[in-house]
Design a protein around this ligand. Structure first.
Ligand code: SF4
Length: 378
């Protein structure tokens, strides 16, 4: 049987962080949440008949903040998934969580409903950095949330931290990592702050006290070394895990496996087609078609996408696997373009495998834009 990942977008948050460009609507009431969850039921049922040949081995509740939903709505969603899909008994079922929404009772009910992995957004352990980001929590709130999750039985927890935050220094970043490691999560995601157009951060970019390029480089390289020393292997540009705790759902994206997304702003890659929804929550609740992108990528686009995503992984791209998948020679298509980066050590080649060096990861977007046809538009 083929495997499938399900993604459910929950677009609600307590408040809007100053850098956030995700599809999330702050301060919504329970009535709106119930209407939205009903719309998700509708779509889960609608797609179920074409998923009979699949076993669902990952489910991801992302957002937004899925833990703003009351526990009974999260349980209802899980019940709906179990009723309509063949869910593997070993499925990885993740929910994202903001520390201000996490509490023992909610976590216990989520565990009982079948959710077995949490991804908690901390970003920083320092109050001035959290305030600058517009986050509502402190490190203490996060630590209490983490303890509640453990007490409720979550034995697979990921923590998100961020680099490039206003006021952040290599020292403060290291302290954040030390404090996170003292709690012993299974997985850590470490993303750079990106200033997205239309956010409050974009409007005041010129006055933000952001770390400079050298400090950002130091934070990235020191972070990798520090996490490795403490048993967290880097497996993707921004992700680190203890052995066996890599995110199975996110690996689907990087491996170009099939997934179906539900809700506003959710994307799918299913049955050879790619499609995505707009952010129009009212239209979605009413049942209008909010598909804004639908297309069947041609082989060249699929090949470029595969290269782009596989290169995000530390293991990189295996040229034989590429040839088996696409029936074309990787060397013929990309070898020449990669050669200058191999010579300068930004890309490594070992046997059949190409992968970024640590330095190469720092400039991965630039390298990919040179070797991919669609990179120039990225
Ligand atoms: S909690 Fe996450 S999704 Fe919600 S506003 Fe903050 S960054 Fe955006």
């Amino acid at each position: 049987m083929k495997t499938l990942g399900l993604y459910l977008h929950i677009p609600f948050c307590r408040s809007k962080c100053l850098y956030c460009d995700f599809c999330s609507f702050p301060r919504q009431d329970e009535e709106k949440m119930t209407e939205y969850v009903s719309a998700l039921f509708r779509d889960l049922k609608r797609y179920a008949p074409i998923c009979r040949e699949y076993v669902v081995d990952t489910v991801f509740f992302g957002g937004g903040t899925p833990t703003t939903l009351p526990a009974y709505l999260l349980k209802a969603l899980m019940d709906e998934i179990y009723q309509n899909y063949n869910v593997s008994p070993n499925a990885e079922i993740t929910a994202e969580c903001n520390p201000v929404t996490g509490e023992r009772e909610l976590f216990s009910r989520m565990r009982a409903a079948g959710i077995n992995r949490l991804s908690i957004g901390l970003q920083s352990a320092h109050e001035n950095e959290l305030k600058a980001l517009g986050r509502l929590h402190t490190f203490e709130t996060f630590a209490a949330c983490f303890a509640d999750a453990r007490a409720a039985g979550f034995d697979n927890i990921s923590v998100d931290v961020m680099s490039g935050i206003p006021h952040q220094t290599p020292e403060s970043r290291k302290e954040t990592l030390q404090k996170v490691l003292s709690l012993g999560p299974e997985h850590i995601s470490s993303y750079d702050l990106i200033i997205e157009a239309g956010t409050p951060f974009a409007r005041k970019r010129a006055t933000l006290p952001l770390p400079d390029e050298d400090a950002a480089r130091q934070m990235y390289l020191e972070g990798i070394a520090f996490l490795a020393q403490n048993g967290y292997a880097q497996y993707e540009i921004s992700n680190f895990a203890r052995p066996g705790y890599e995110s199975r759902h996110n690996l689907k994206y990087w491996n170009c496996d099939e997934y179906l997304g539900f809700g506003v702003a959710a994307h799918s890659d299913f049955g050879g087609e790619r499609f995505g929804n707009s952010r129009d929550i009212e239209a979605y609740i009413k049942g209008e078609d909010i598909t804004e992108e639908r297309g069947t990528p041609n082989q060249a686009e699929r090949e470029d996408e595969y290269v782009m995503l596989r290169f995000r992984l530390c293991e990189g791209l295996d040229t034989v696997a590429f040839e088996n998948r696409f029936g074309t020679s990787f060397e013929d298509a990309y070898g020449k373009k990669l050669a200058p980066f191999v010579r300068t050590g930004l890309v490594c080649k070992e046997g059949n495998r190409y992968f970024f060096s640590r330095e190469g990861m720092l400039v991965s977007n630039t390298i990919l834009s040179e070797i991919l046809d669609f990179g120039e538009q990225a």
